[in-house]
Design a protein around this ligand. Sequence first.
Ligand SMILES: *[C@@H]1O[C@H](CO)[C@@H](O)[C@H](O)[C@H]1NC(C)=O
Ligand SMILES: *[C@@H]1O[C@H](CO)[C@@H](O)[C@H](O)[C@H]1NC(C)=O
Ligand SMILES: *[C@@H]1O[C@H](CO)[C@@H](O)[C@H](O)[C@H]1NC(C)=O
Ligand SMILES: *[C@@H]1O[C@H](CO)[C@@H](O)[C@H](O)[C@H]1NC(C)=O
Ligand SMILES: *[C@@H]1O[C@H](CO)[C@@H](O)[C@H](O)[C@H]1NC(C)=O
Ligand SMILES: *[C@@H]1O[C@H](CO)[C@@H](O)[C@H](O)[C@H]1NC(C)=O
Length: 507
Amino acid sequence: MLESMFVCGSPPVTSHLWLLILSCSLHGQPALSDLVFSTHPEDGVGVLGAPLTLYCAVYDSSSQEELSVRWERASGEPAALSPGPGRGIHQLANGSLFFPQLREGDLGRYVCSAGIGAKHIMTVVQVMEADLEGVFFSPQSQTVSEGRAVFLQCVSGDSSPPAHITWLKDNTLFTKGAQIQGQYGGGNQRKTSGTLHLSNVSMEDDGEYVCVTHNPLLTTSRESKAATLTVQGVPTRLQITQGPDNITVAVETEASMRCAVRGFPAPTVQWFKDSHLLVNNSGLSLQNKGQLLVFKNVSEDDEGSYHCEARNKRETVRSQTAFLLPAVMGWTFVQQPTNKAVRMGESVTLVCRPPYSRPPTTVSWFKNNRLLAPKTHFTVRPSGDLIFHSVYDTDSGVYFCRASNVHLHRFVTSRTARLTVLASPSVRLWPPVVTVPVGAQVVFQCQVWGQPLPSIVWSKQGRSIQTGGKIAVGYVQCNRGGAVRLLLSGRTQSCVFGVINQSVRNL
Ligand SMILES: *[C@@H]1O[C@H](CO)[C@@H](O)[C@H](O)[C@H]1NC(C)=O
Ligand SMILES: *[C@@H]1O[C@H](CO)[C@@H](O)[C@H](O)[C@H]1NC(C)=O
Ligand SMILES: *[C@@H]1O[C@H](CO)[C@@H](O)[C@H](O)[C@H]1NC(C)=O
Ligand SMILES: *[C@@H]1O[C@H](CO)[C@@H](O)[C@H](O)[C@H]1NC(C)=O
Ligand SMILES: *[C@@H]1O[C@H](CO)[C@@H](O)[C@H](O)[C@H]1NC(C)=O
Ligand SMILES: *[C@@H]1O[C@H](CO)[C@@H](O)[C@H](O)[C@H]1NC(C)=O
């Protein structure tokens, strides 16, 4: 007893104090009380083909050192433990037993033991295969009044390691309410019980509930039988809380219209197109008890006015009317712009008639590859045409139009057209009046401008002299009143030489 007191009173590791005292008080045997599991062995649950480790470490408190442990199959097990390189099962430096690849033959009971002198310690652990059995207890169907509490109960089948429980409502994960789970029963039960508690049931909670059990080691799960929760509402007036809205959608896409209803008894929802009851066909699908109308692949035939009606045995309510416009657009222009040449100050139209489109396309114009910024001297007509009320020479350039349908996220671009603004020929610099002695050299200068650039013809008294912008005419025999005629690009303008006369005439 003295010796025992001594051992118990000087624990080298404080964390083992309670274990030692317990051990002393239980057994009172000094030989046993000296050895403790510093890592307590636990049952192992593994997946066949995957690795598994069984932990076991023993501490000798009298010598204050770790003892090496020994692993064996428990007696009565079919196979003896034969660690070896063949299977790779081996003991790690810290005493753990390691299975690189768990086999069916490895399942069963194992003994971890250690001893020194007369002192001996041992324990038995079990190696089990991870498994999950079918749901043991499925939730039960119930009928509750709105505002009351409801409990749905579920118990998993046997599972190693313990199963985890989740809930589905109408086939989608349900996360509302209080979800509680714990071990079912006591002792060696391998079942998990789960409770779904809704403290204040509303009409939206009405539906089918399924409890799903998952084994964390396995990828499998098991589902319970479905329980129907029927919520009895207080009779309330029917109300369409969200009616269908006008929509414009691209053809060959999916579209939907909503008709959200509220009220009790729960109504049925019907849809009408152009006042005719909508019949179920392959292109349509009614979801969420008719509250969602889905067009699987919108076509031009779906165009029309839609409304829904909600009805129960007490009343019928009708939604607003909504129009569905299928958006379409062709690829080819009805008319495209063409090259134009106009005189400055005149008006001109660059034509753009976009492809067939519903709703109509938006037309934008580009000049020299840049979006044409709005100005006061031109207008884009609803038809798409670009009208210049009075062109400036700066309006010259290369134009094209672009038609887009936003609902289709698509646009088409016309071919390009050149706009040339013509400017009438005009004289910028007139030949001056010169008085020179006979026999002297005289130079007349004349500068002209126009679009396109005019050519220059000099003539004296109707006779052509020479062409070019700046010429030397040679010696001039000048008579009073003699004139030089200037021919500009087919138009004759006269400037009188020898007499001061600056007038210009378009002949
Ligand atoms: C024993 O050693 C292995 C690897 O060396 C390690 O994974 C395991 O956690 C150790 N066990 C304990 C109980 O420390
Ligand atoms: C229950 O929910 C309804 C609405 O969903 C709310 O008006 C009511 O106050 C709630 N009752 C309690 C007791 O929480
Ligand atoms: C649909 O559009 C029409 C006119 O285009 C309008 O009178 C009606 O109010 C719209 N409906 C809805 C539900 O917005
Ligand atoms: C939609 O309908 C068109 C013909 O009307 C068809 O070519 C297309 O493949 C359909 N699209 C889908 C997603 O079914
Ligand atoms: C409508 O058709 C779908 C399948 O296309 C079917 O599941 C559904 O029961 C039908 N509904 C009615 C009211 O006929
Ligand atoms: C000057 O020009 C005007 C108008 O063209 C013309 O009527 C007039 O005869 C000219 N004068 C002379 C002196 O040539």
